[in-house]
Design a protein around this ligand. Structure first.
Ligand code: SAH
Length: 370
């Protein structure tokens, strides 16, 4: 049996440690001197200078680097591809040590802003099989470990030479199906001397894992939760998002309403996928109006469907604008999301497209933009 001091016990990955945990780990490994300064220096090397290995940490002397190497592991994802898209976003593909592949996307904010969002994956593949999403077609390979989530941000920011200001868990996978690793990774991202991303700038998007939504509230997780409504008609949503067979529509809406109350009745964000001839009808307006009468406040984030497979049609932006304008009489705040990276299949729901070789054209790509 391995004791905690056994040389066979695996070393903790550096990207899974908070600043305080790193300081404790280094102390246990024999760092007697100004130990918290060593922890700070290591955090700066990893997260600010984006140094790729312990040996390359130039601000730390050789003896202390050796101590560090005895105390922690510093595993890295292998970056396989970097593809810039015409709209300024960039898709990154990474290979994991067991051969699984994941993707992340860097999304710059408007011109002149120095804010940059990194969209991260929480699982290799996904088990939710949402019918409009490419990742669902891959099936689930496995959950990511916390360091594999943190390292996506470190590598994306380093490659682009930017500081990540916002994180969205909207890449491959269902984050609330991998809660422990997701919260650990998110917590590491908030660390001072590290990435220093405010907890409220870390957004976790869920397809509706209802018990995990309640746990998020009960444990007072400091991050932001947003909800993939898909569409507001329960029967259609069930077709689009089979997760509803496990966690019913009413249960999901009740969990969202509880979250809204927990957040002091601030608007919660519901993500809506606008699919031509499917979620953009009169009945869909009526279903949304009914939802708006339920008594919790929400903002509808409308995402025009990005082409995946042959089953559904993508609308043009003009069609989406015309449809959303019909929601105005109901006093519903609506935000149209321009999904970045569409020409590189890095838009919402398209991650993994390259992996299954299903690139498709989008109607808006064939018309000149105003
Ligand atoms: N599993 C999580 C996070 C990944 S999906 C979740 O379901 O929330 C992130 C967002 O992209 C979701 O709101 C989803 O509805 C949306 N999305 C997925 N596929 C899409 C597609 N093909 N076109 C537009 N949006 C899509």
């Amino acid at each position: 049996m391995d004791s905690p001091l056994s040389p066979l016990a695996p070393l903790p990955p550096l990207q899974e440690l908070t600043h305080a945990e790193l300081a404790t780990t280094l102390r246990a490994a024999g760092d007697e001197g100004a130990r918290s300064t060593l922890a700070e220096a290591v955090m700066r090397e990893v997260y600010v200078r984006a140094t790729g290995s312990i040996e390359a940490m130039a601000s730390i002397g050789a003896a202390r680097r050796a101590l560090l190497a005895r105390a922690v592991a510093f595993p890295r994802l292998a970056c396989e591809a970097v593809e810039p898209a015409a709209d300024g976003s960039t898709r990154f593909a990474f290979r994991l040590r067991d051969g699984a592949r994941i993707e992340s996307v860097l999304l710059p904010h408007h011109a002149g802003s120095d804010r940059h969002t990194v969209c991260v994956s929480s699982q290799a593949g996904c088990a939710q099989v949402c019918r409009f999403c490419a990742t669902g077609r891959l099936g689930l390979t496995r959950d990511l470990e916390a360091w594999e989530i943190v390292d996506q941000v470190v590598q994306v920011a380093a490659h682009a030479r930017v500081r990540a200001s916002d994180i969205v868990f909207m890449g491959m996978g269902e984050p609330l199906a991998n809660e422990v690793a997701v919260y650990r990774a998110a917590r590491v991202m908030t660390q001072s001397h590290g990435l220093q991303i405010g907890a409220r700038r870390i957004t976790i998007s869920t397809a509706g894992v209802v018990p995990a939504i309640h746990r998020f509230i009960d444990d007072a997780q400091p991050f932001r939760l947003v909800f993939s409504l898909g569409c507001a008609d329960p029967a259609k949503r069930r077709r689009l998002m089979p997760i509803q067979e496990r966690h019913g529509f009413e249960e999901f809406i009740a969990a969202i309403a509880r979250y809204e109350a927990h957040r002091g009745h601030q608007h919660v964000t519901l993500e809506y996928v606008a699919i031509r001839n499917f979620t953009m009808g009169d009945d869909d307006i009526a279903a949304l109006a009914a939802l708006a009468r339920r008594g919790f406040r929400f903002l509808l984030n409308v995402i025009p469907f990005n082409p995946v497979g042959d089953e559904f049609e993508a609308p043009t932006m003009a069609e989406v604008r015309a449809w959303t304008s019909r929601l105005r009489p109901f006093g519903l705040p609506v935000k149209l999301r321009f999904s970045g990276g569409r020409d590189r299949c890095a838009g919402c729901g398209q991650l993994g497209t390259g992996l299954i070789g299903a690139r498709r054209r989008h109607p808006d790509r064939d018309v000149s933009r105003p």
